[in-house]
Design a protein around this ligand. Structure first.
Ligand SMILES: Nc1ncnc2c1ncn2[C@@H]1O[C@H](COP(=O)(O)OP(=O)(O)O)[C@@H](O)[C@H]1O
Ligand SMILES: [Mg+2]
Length: 259
């Protein structure tokens, strides 16, 4: 048997990514992999380049150097909607909901095919359209139940608390039936009990086999949820390993974990 039957192939492979904004070298050399069925953590001080790495991976910001492979495809230089269509879906550090749509509508716009791609479907036979729409509605209600937000389905998303907006964003991401979720500080600014419930949902997704890359600054949550963990500092990857391994790494402790 080949090694590949033992060590799973990475779902995501990032090699030598670099990106500058004028004189600011936001990312200088990001190299790491994400193995399927993990929540891989991405940690590091403010300004280390973590969010920019997610922007690069998802095609939101063009990569100036390096390569990105996802699910067997070279996605370097591809546009964000193409990458999303391959099954890589992200959430943002600032929760990003459609304020003037209801919670349910926010979920429905997250489903495939996305707006602008659905012309064929919209022009198709009426019966097929309704069935598809019903399936999407079912899926949306299923997620609302799972996230405990059924009672908010018809509220405007703009009227929700910050934590609830994060849940809406996460449910909308799941409507797309992603292969991989990229989460940029999903618990930031969320009260502890809601943060805990987000952590529970992420653990469930992990048990179901979802693959995630998660930026998080609360190291207790990282320790609970993430293995392995990638540490960035000054735009480059400093180390990778379990939290226990990283706590033994002098460089990492000095750069980030210390005190
Ligand atoms: N659009 C941008 N324009 C200019 N500078 C940026 C932009 N995005 C990020 N930066 C800078 O790049 C560096 C890395 O930022 P970021 O990726 O947001 O770090 P992190 O998410 O690790 O806190 C910071 O110095 C930040 O100010
Ligand atoms: Mg950030």
């Amino acid at each position: 048997m080949s090694d590949s039957s033992v060590t799973p192939q990475p779902l995501l492979e990032v090699r030598g990514l670099a990106c500058s904004f004028g004189a600011v070298r936001a990312v200088e050399d990001a190299t790491f992999t994400v193995i399927p069925g993990t929540i891989t953590g991405l940690i590091g001080p403010n300004g280390a380049g973590k969010s920019t790495v997610i922007d690069l991976i998802t095609g939101r910001t063009p990569t100036q150097r390096g390569s990105i492979r996802f699910a067997g495809n070279d996605i370097t230089g591809r546009r964000s909607h193409e990458i999303a269509r391959l099954g890589m879906i992200r959430t943002f550090q600032q929760a990003n909901v459609f304020s003037r749509l209801t919670v349910l509508e926010n979920l429905l716009v997250g489903s495939r095919p996305w707006p602008g791609e659905g012309v064929g479907m919209a022009l198709g036979p009426r019966r097929r359209w309704s069935e598809q729409e019903l399936n999407l509605q079912d899926r949306a209600w299923g997620l609302l139940d799972r996230f405990g937000l059924r009672r908010l389905a018809n509220e405007y998303a703009g009227a929700l608390s910050g934590g609830q907006k994060r849940l809406v964003e996460m449910m909308r991401a799941l409507m797309a039936e992603p292969k991989m979720l990229l989460l940029d500080e999903p618990m930031a600014g969320v009260n502890p009990s809601l943060a805990n419930s987000i952590a529970d949902r992420l653990e469930e997704l992990l048990e179901e086999g979802m693959t995630m890359l998660m930026i998080e600054h609360d190291l207790h949550l990282v320790e609970r949820l993430c293995d392995p963990v990638v540490v960035m500092a000054h735009g480059a990857v400093l180390a990778e390993g379990s939290m226990a391994e990283l706590q033994e790494n002098v460089e990492v402790v000095d750069a980030y974990l210390g005190a």
